[in-house]
Design a protein around this ligand. Structure first.
Ligand code: MG
Length: 242
């Protein structure tokens, strides 16, 4: 048998005999018994918890004093105003998160001082918000970086003033009873629909200096948005428990 004939024979075997003898479902898995739930994809999806719909910040509190969140809310938008970071009243673990943000249209400052805010998963793992349009800084500190740990795969930043989206899939870390890390947190981020963090392992709490390290915490923690003294705007924030 020549090579072409031999390859054809192998293909024929795979198409016929090969498939016939393979276990059902490729891996022989038991087919799922429950039908996937039907939801309205929205946006926001019907099974999402809406954290900000443009009306008020009742789902949020001040990180400083636990009082009401005091960012300015006007025309469907919440704007950072120097009153401090805000955290959700509800705690979350594994989740899918959607956030829309815009850096100030009027460009002021540079590097980390331009349109800086942040989405802090579980109050301690920051996905950086920054005006990274024609604004150089350290790569793991630009928009959509896991701050000081992982630069984004590409810079998908829109112009200052334009609305941008983060879609985040996050799996919380697991600790044992003694506080030992069993499983690191992972995060996937799409910035304006573009994959920029691909199931990245988070190395510990993010911060400006020192090696990241895990400190044990409950499975569910609040989400936090950072006040970095730049008037970054937010709208349409929703989350789905996973
Ligand atoms: Mg920040």
């Amino acid at each position: 048998m020549n090579n072409t004939l031999s390859r054809s024979a192998v293909c024929l075997f795979l198409l016929c005999g090969g498939v016939a003898t393979a276990p059902a479902g490729d891996g022989g898995e038991t087919p799922p018994k429950a039908e996937p739930r039907v939801i309205d994809p929205g946006p926001p999806p019907s099974d999402a918890i809406v954290l900000f719909d443009g009306k008020d910040l009742s789902q949020w509190k001040s990180e400083k004093d636990g009082g009401p969140a005091r960012w300015e809310v006007k025309e469907g938008v919440a704007t950072v105003n120097g009153t401090g970071s805000i955290t959700t009243r509800q705690a979350f673990g594994d989740c899918q998160l959607h956030v829309e943000w815009a850096a100030p249209a009027e460009v002021k400052g540079e590097g980390q001082g331009r349109g800086n805010s942040g989405v802090y998963l579980q109050e301690r793992y920051e996905i950086q918000v920054l005006d990274s349009f024609n604004n150089k800084t350290y790569y793991d500190g630009q928009a959509a970086a896991v701050y000081k740990q992982q630069a984004p795969l590409v810079n998908a930043c829109r112009r200052p003033g334009e609305w941008q989206t983060y879609d985040i899939v996050y799996h919380a870390p697991r600790f044992d009873g003694a506080g030992k890390l069993l499983q690191a947190a992972t995060v996937t981020v799409l910035h304006n629909g573009v994959l920029v963090q691909d199931h990245v392992e988070i190395k510990g709490s993010t911060g400006p200096s020192g090696a990241p390290k895990y400190v044990a915490h409950p499975l569910k923690q609040s989400l936090m948005l950072q006040d970095h003294a730049n008037p970054v705007r937010f709208r349409n924030i929703w989350i789905r428990d996973l």
